[in-house]
Design a protein around this ligand. Structure first.
Ligand code: ASP
Length: 300
């Protein structure tokens, strides 16, 4: 039996001080929503989907209904779910009008012979998913969030890594991408090995400028370091160091290995992060870079 764990992030970046409590509140709620799925006997994949769908539906983070808009004022959404136990994934890019792109990504992984759909034709798959009642959309109403009141400038990309009691690992990412992006632009979030990665050893979710993260395949690299014997925390730090060396950019990662060791690292000002180990009572939340460093050093 493995200790079940979940680590959730709400995006790395230059968070305004007054927004940080909101970021922490929603990653905390998302972590609890995901962990409760594990407690009810759900798999890492189930928990990762529910956790991410929560953040997409909350309207307060840069994913799903709260996502950042492109320069045409449209929300074009990217998402990916990775099942480390089968080394399988599903991705969507630049989809419009989908509440929970993470569920569409899972549908693609489980119900189609393909892995990655983009743009208008992905919506045909979405229509198929709804007509088969694979999932219903988790409308913001059920979370008591008034979409009308959502600030146009919301927060950041979301993602999580989950390890269940059978040692299965799942990872996700979901985003509206960088603010004011050119229409059609796709970042790292739906790209396997860049925005997230998981196998039977380690799972990773990344956040930051997709243009830079894709160039170093950040999530795959962190996982590879763990496979080569580096502990999860050091591997997370090495990943950020690699990104800085190669691109000079800013990013964050959260990671967990098959033994439920957890790591996180960022060189951005903040990355709202929630961690649950073993039971919901054992939850930790933090956001500032220094607080993340301290927390993970103390909890190796
Ligand atoms: N990685 C996302 C993207 O480039 C943005 C973010 O993480 O904030 O689309």
């Amino acid at each position: 039996m493995t200790l079940p764990v979940i680590v959730v992030h709400g995006g790395a970046g230059s968070w305004k001080d007054e927004k940080i409590p909101m970021g922490i509140e929603f990653v905390k709620k998302a972590a609890i929503a995901g962990f409760e799925v594990l407690e009810r006997g759900g798999s890492a994949l189930d928990a990762a989907e529910v956790c991410t769908a929560f953040m997409e539906s909350c309207g307060k983070l840069n994913a799903g209904v709260g996502a950042a808009r492109n320069s045409d004022g449209i929300r074009e959404l990217d998402a990916m779910i990775v099942d480390g136990s089968t080394l399988d994934f599903g991705s969507v890019a630049a989809v419009v009008g989908v509440h929970n792109p993470i569920s569409l990504a899972r549908y693609i992984m489980e119900k189609t012979k393909h892995k990655f759909f983009a743009g208008t034709n992905a919506l045909r798959v979405y229509a198929q998913m709804l007509s088969e009642e694979y999932r219903t959309e988790k409308a913001p109403g059920i979370l008591n969030v008034n979409v009308e009141n959502i600030a146009p400038e919301t927060a950041d990309t979301v993602g999580c890594v989950v390890v269940d009691s059978q040692g299965r690992i799942a990872a996700t990412s979901s985003t509206g991408g960088v603010r004011n992006k050119m229409p059609g632009r796709v970042g790292d979030s739906p790209v396997m090995g860049a925005g997230a990665y998981a196998n039977d050893v380690c799972g990773v979710a990344a956040t930051g400028y997709g243009e830079h993260i894709m160039r170093v395949l950040l999530s795959r690299m962190v996982s590879l370091y763990v496979e080569q014997g580096t502990d999860v925390l050091d591997a997370s730090k090495r990943g950020i160091q690699l990104l800085v060396e190669k691109t000079g950019s800013e990013a964050g990662v959260v990671a967990a290995d098959v033994h439920a060791n957890i790591g996180a690292a960022t060189n951005a000002k903040a990355m709202p992060t929630a961690v649950i180990r073993g039971s919901v009572e054992n939850i930790s939340v933090m956001a500032l870079k220094e607080d993340i460093e301290t927390h993970f050093e103390q909890n190796l």
